[in-house]
Every structure is written in C-alpha cells, then in structure tokens.
Design a protein around this ligand. Structure first.
Ligand code: NAD
Ligand code: TYD
Length: 338
C-alpha cells in the first residue's frame, strides 16, 4: 500500500505520519509539503530516514510537479491535509487560502483521477457548518447540517468539500471527507489557542483571550483524529462524509485557566483583547455516524490530553524555539499589536 500524505510536515499530517509508520511498517508513505511557515521538517525527524518513508518538498497547486509525482509513485491512497489553516491569517489575507485550499485540492483530485487512485480522502473541518448558539447545548453538527461559513478559511474549506463531492458525483471518484473539531496535541504550531497559551504562560507573557472568552470549542486530541482517519480510509464508505469530535466542549476561558493552573501561573496573565471579526460562537460535533458505522472511539478526554500536551511543550522547547522565524514573529506582532 502506498499512501500520499499532503501537508505531512504540519501539525496533524505530521502526527498522522508518525501514526502510520508505527502501525503499518509495511506501507510506503510519501509526504508532499511546501514547507510554508506552518511546515517543519523537524516534526518528521525521527521517521524521515526510514526506508519506507519519502519526503518531497512541493506545492499542491503546482499541477506539473504533482502529476509527475503521481506518475512516478502510483499511489493507492491520498490523504489531503495540506492547507492554510489559521482563521486569523485568513482574515488578514484570504487569497492564499483560496489558492491552496481550493485550487490545490482540485489539482490533487485531477491527479488522483488521472492515475486511478483508489481512495482520495479530504481532511475538512467542522467550521464548514458555521457556528451554534451558546444557549442551545442540545444542538450539535451532524453530517447533514447545511454549510454556512463565517471566515475566509472556512469558506475555502467548504468550497473544497463541494468540489470533492462534485468529483464523486460527476467522475465517480472514490472519495471520503472527514470534518473534525479543534485538534490539540504534540507538534501544534504556537499560533493556535492551546500551544500559544502554553508558550506564553511558560514565558510569563500575557495570554490574549478574544472577547470575553465565552466561545466554545470541542477539543479533539490529534491521536484520536489519526485513528478516525485510519478507519475511514480503510473501512469508510466511498462518497461519505464523517464527522469526528472529541466530546470535550470547553469555553476558551476554561481552557486558558486550566493551562495556567497546570503550569502554576497566575490568572493575572490573562489579557482580554478585541474579539475576532465574525468569531464563531460554538462548535460541537455529533460523531455518532463514525462511532456506529466504523466503531471509532476517542481515547483521550480533555483532562488527560491537556496534561500530556503541556508536558510535550515543556519537553520540546527546542522544536518550539526553532519555529520562531522572522515570518512567525512578524505575524504575531502585527496581529496582537492591533
Ligand atoms: P498546519 O497549518 O499545521 O499544517 C499545514 C501543512 O500544509 C504545513 O506543513 C504546510 O507547509 C503545508 N502546506 C500549506 N500549503 C501547502 C501547499 N500549497 N502545498 C503543499 N503543502 C502545503 O495545519 P493542521 O492544523 O495540521 O491542519 C491539517 C488539516 O486539517 C487542514 O486541512 C485543516 O483545514 C484541517 N483541520 C485542522 C484542524 C485543527 O484544529 N488544526 C481542525 C479541523 C480541520
Ligand atoms: P484557534 O486555535 O485559532 O482555532 P479556531 O479559530 O479554528 O477555532 O482558536 C480557538 C479559539 O480560541 C477561538 O474561539 C479563538 C480563540 N483564540 C483566542 O481567544 N486567543 C488567541 O490568541 C487565539 C489564537 C484564539
């Protein structure tokens, strides 16, 4: 079995590569990643020299190079993680989100169609469903919830989903789509809520909480996301969408306070800042389809996962320091000094 993992030098794709190498030593894994600011080869350091692993630096929007790679490698499965993934950056510069997330997905599907890939799996997000009200805890996103996007990021992901579905219907391409809630865990880039708050707390810096910190996210440990994708690409039904959620709904302020408590840091570090424009109120996933049809069950609850994630960040300061390149510092300064 030969699997192409696009975006494998990023947070979730990188974790998925570690997971595949451990679980399927007889599979061949190829990563295609452009190494944008969010991609980091150090994430793959312990597996990059394995015989059954190959890293290719390249852009999913580069049709010629993508087709060349498919011609050489003859992939059985493609799992598309490659994306621009940060909502705040999409508000600053939507264009690259459309290019990578929409056009890039189309190029990969064209190549998959041309070279008769047996499964094209699109890694999507619950953000395509928009948001839920804070005062209706009974409401959850199901796979049939209408798409209703809020940010340029979620609009680009929803566009890609529609395109993937269109290729299924029109060309009978063997596709699956997964839509998951917010991930956390090892190797997450410290611009997203959890790793940023851990990093700032460790450095005794302010923790910028948007608005009142009342927004709710449903936290999914990245390991549980990997087990879900594993099940979908091996046992999922072609043409289907699967929601993946952690059953761990928390307000942002609760998450931040938990991190401060674990690190024994004062709550005076919390700094309420201007809210994100168009900020989605609440995400919550109904994952009963993947649980009932494929037998998926998350291993982590939030209490266990956050402790492990904090420890990973403390133990991997070198990985974190190396991320602080000029581009990272420029974005952080511009965004948080507004
Ligand atoms: P990430 O930003 O950490 O990593 C993205 C990776 O894609 C990076 O390695 C980057 O170099 C690569 N990449 C970007 N543009 C590329 C291009 N044009 N060609 C090739 N590679 C390119 O993202 P992540 O958090 O790991 O998210 C992975 C996927 O999961 C994304 O599709 C995202 O939309 C989806 N998702 C993420 C979350 C989350 O909480 N992080 C939740 C739901 C869905
Ligand atoms: P984020 O990690 O960017 O993921 P997403 O926007 O895809 O859900 O943000 C998670 C939540 O945390 C979201 O409600 C925005 C909030 N947030 C802050 O309050 N402060 C921050 O500095 C960041 C990055 C996010």
């Amino acid at each position: 079995m030969k699997i192409l993992v696009t975006g494998g030098a990023g947070f979730i794709g990188g974790n998925f590569c570690h997971y595949l190498v451990d679980k399927y030593p007889d599979y061949n894994i190829v990563v295609l990643d452009a190494l944008t600011y969010a991609g980091n080869l150090e994430t793959l350091a312990s597996i990059i020299n394995k015989n059954n692993f190959r890293f290719v630096k390249g852009d999913i929007t580069d049709r010629k190079e993508v087709f060349k790679l498919f011609e050489t490698e003859k992939f059985d499965i493609v799992v598309n993680f490659a994306a621009e993934s940060h909502v705040d950056r999409s508000i600053e510069n939507p264009e690259i989100f459309l290019k990578t997330n929409v056009i890039g997905t189309q190029v990969l599907m064209d190549a998959s169609k041309n070279y008769k890939v047996k499964r094209f799996h699109q890694v999507s997000t619950d953000e395509v469903y928009g948001d839920l009200p804070l005062n209706r805890p009974d409401l959850l996103f199901t796979e049939t919830t209408p798409l209703k996007t809020s940010s340029p990021y979620s609009a680009s992901k929803a566009s890609a989903d529609l395109l993937v579905n269109a290729y299924y219907r029109t060309f009978k391409m063997p596709i699956t789509i997964s839509r998951c809630s917010n991930n956390y865990g090892p190797y997450q880039f410290p611009e997203k809520l959890i790793p940023l708050m851990i990093k700032n707390a460790l450095e005794n810096k302010n923790l910028p909480v948007y608005g009142k910190g009342e927004n709710v996210r449903d936290w999914l440990h990245v390991y549980d996301h990997c087990t879900a994708i594993d099940l979908i690409i091996h046992k999922g039904k072609i043409g289907e969408i699967y929601n993946i959620g952690g059953h761990n709904e928390k307000t942002n302020i609760d998450v931040v306070k938990t991190i401060l408590k674990e690190l024994k840091k004062p709550t005076s570090l919390i700094n309420y800042v201007t809210d994100r424009p168009g900020h989605d109120l609440r995400y919550a996933i109904d994952a009963s389809k993947i649980e009932n049809e494929l037998g998926w069950k998350p291993k982590y609850n939030f209490d266990l996962g956050i402790k492990q994630t904090i420890k990973w960040n403390i133990d991997n300061q070198k990985w974190l320091k190396n991320i602080e390149t000029g581009e990272y510092l420029r974005f952080m300064e511009k965004h948080y000094n507004k």
